[in-house]
Design a protein around this ligand. Sequence first.
Ligand code: GLV
Length: 331
Amino acid sequence: MQKPKVYVTRELPERGLSLIKERFQAEVWPEYPAPPKEVIIEKVAHVDGLVTLLSDRIDSEVFDAAPNLRIVSQFAVGFDNIDIKEATSRGIYVTNTPGVLTETTADFAWTLLMAVARKVVEADKYVRGGQWRVGWHPTMLQGRDIYGATLGIVGMGRIGSAIARRAKGFEMKVLYHDVIRRKDLEEQQGIEFTDIETLLRKSDFVTINVPLLKDTHHLIDERHLRLMKKNAILINNSRGPVIDEAALYRALKENWISGAGLDVFEKEPTAISNPLLTLENLVVAPHISSASFETRSKMAAIVATNLTAFFEGKIPPNLVNKMVVETKKPI
Ligand code: GLV
């Protein structure tokens, strides 16, 4: 039997890529930057499966060009780049890579939080830039205390709850807000549910951990930023458009809040001319929260597992659009 044809939009870590190459007739986009949309459209014409990254826009234009496409296996937990409704209506399965990146992503929210709170990036520049001319001074590079502070988590899913677990070691009070109340986690982790306004008013640190949906687009806007404490720090490593960047710029520039850490932007890569990048009280990273060797390798293996399960006639373990099963069974 002929192996199914799969197009892979980027070189994945070896562990997953070798499995894909072994089990499928795979073609891989070889360049570091994303393939242009026209290339994806051309390549999907004869494939049965497609492996995507969050930077590939997969919509009806792509589906129209892919008469044989049965599954999109996304290398990410988030899938806002894929038109799920459209995929489902066409009987196309969509899978993602949840679970394996939870702890790594929670680590990175903490990395940003601590870097902003204790001015790590500013301190590094200070030393390298030759500004460290006085050996020690009581007011040099003062930051904010993390230990014992209040952490507000917006979005208590897998990643939010992993961030909350880490807060225990810092003896923090943890508030959370979500559309789903998690009484189980309240009991297990001693966290407290509040409405979003109360969370923003009371927290010293706020982390954003929601998926990008219509309802979460610009969830953190001027009104919400103005509710935050003047010395509060905002961290986002979910999706950029959840925060209104123009409002955040004003909030940081005019000291409505004291700092922010961003791993994600409204548009990625963000332009070097983004005014946010002129601010000292901001630490930034290029969307790398899940980027550890171990986790990226596991994500690639899951991409391969989802594809394999599907083409063996099974329901893939990380199926996003479960409703698709009612319209079309796997191969
Ligand atoms: C990364 O942002 C992901 O969704 O996996």
